[in-house]
Design a binder for this molecule. Structure first.
Ligand code: ATP
Length: 252
């Protein structure tokens, strides 16, 4: 059974189609990337999966269950999304504790104190951070909180929309290492949107290359080592990014 399955998915905003005929399957435990230039429809695919872009046709399944066209609370426990800008996605007047507790309260999950402590440990934030506000945190710490907020519901699938592109380069590596460790430890499936091919090389098993709302090729991440893409657009994207991206050494 696939963790994520899209079949002939078309997505529109206000009647204007922006994504066409997208099909792919992500296996349980796999890390799969959507790559392509800005505006190619990558984020829109994630939004359709989570009910934030409701005008879609075709079929979307998560762990064998069909996805509906609206945000769905049951699905939200299985699939969580992490956004690019951790400052924008965290409420400025809520402490880390409030953000995490609220996620549990919405889903009627008890044992909140212990869960908050455990998830903070899991994302590498010690107890001092629990009662801080977003403006008292660095960009990397804020992104750790955003990841904790997703993780505290114990999802099986994480949708990651440019999870490190708003961060300084040195901090990006820390967050990528964290995401890599969390995937292994929790057996998570990742669907990651990025325009950064080295991130794909480091984090992902396979990728779908999108151009103008269509998937033009599905390739193993290893294609980024040797340039073995078959579609002309993918080849151009690879060349434009500077060619070979050797897999970086594990920076853990
Ligand atoms: N809320 C919206 N309403 C109308 N059109 C939108 C909306 N969001 C995105 N679009 C349009 O849909 C197309 C795909 O955008 P999308 O954000 O999915 O691309 P992307 O590949 O994720 O690019 P980026 O990396 O810039 O986010 C673009 O033409 C964009 O202008």
């Amino acid at each position: 059974m696939s963790a994520i399955s899209l079949r002939d998915v078309g997505i529109a905003y206000n009647g204007v189609p922006v994504v066409h005929d997208v099909s792919f399957d992500v296996a349980e435990g796999e890390s799969f990337a959507l790559v392509g230039e800005s505006g190619s429809g990558k984020s829109t695919v994630l939004k359709a999966i989570t009910g934030l872009a409701p005008e879609w046709t075709g079929s979307i399944g998560i762990l064998g269950a069909p996805v509906s066209h609206q945000p769905d609370r049951t699905l939200a426990r299985t699939v969580q999304m992490v956004f690019q800008d951790p400052y924008g996605s965290l409420h400025p007047r809520k402490t880390v504790d409030a953000v995490l507790t609220e996620a549990l309260a919405i889903h009627g999950i008890g044992d909140r104190d212990a869960r908050v402590e455990a998830v903070l440990r899991d994302v590498g934030l010690d107890r001092r951070f629990r009662f801080r506000y977003p403006h008292q945190l660095s960009g990397g710490q804020r992104q750790r909180v955003a990841i904790a907020r997703a993780l505290i519901l114990e999802p099986r699938v994480l949708l990651l929309d440019e999870p490190t592109s708003a961060l300084d380069v040195s901090v990006q590596a820390e967050i990528l290492n964290l995401l890599k460790r969390l995937r292994t430890e929790h057996g998570l499936t990742y669907l990651l949107v990025t325009h950064n091919l080295p991130v794909v090389s480091f984090m992902c098993d396979r990728m779908a290359v999108m151009n103008r709302g269509r998937v033009v090729e599905i390739a193993p991440a290893a294609a980024l080592h040797d340039g073995s893409f078959s579609d002309p657009y993918s080849k151009g994207l690879y060349a434009a990014s500077g060619g070979a991206h050797p897999e970086p050494e594990d920076r853990r």
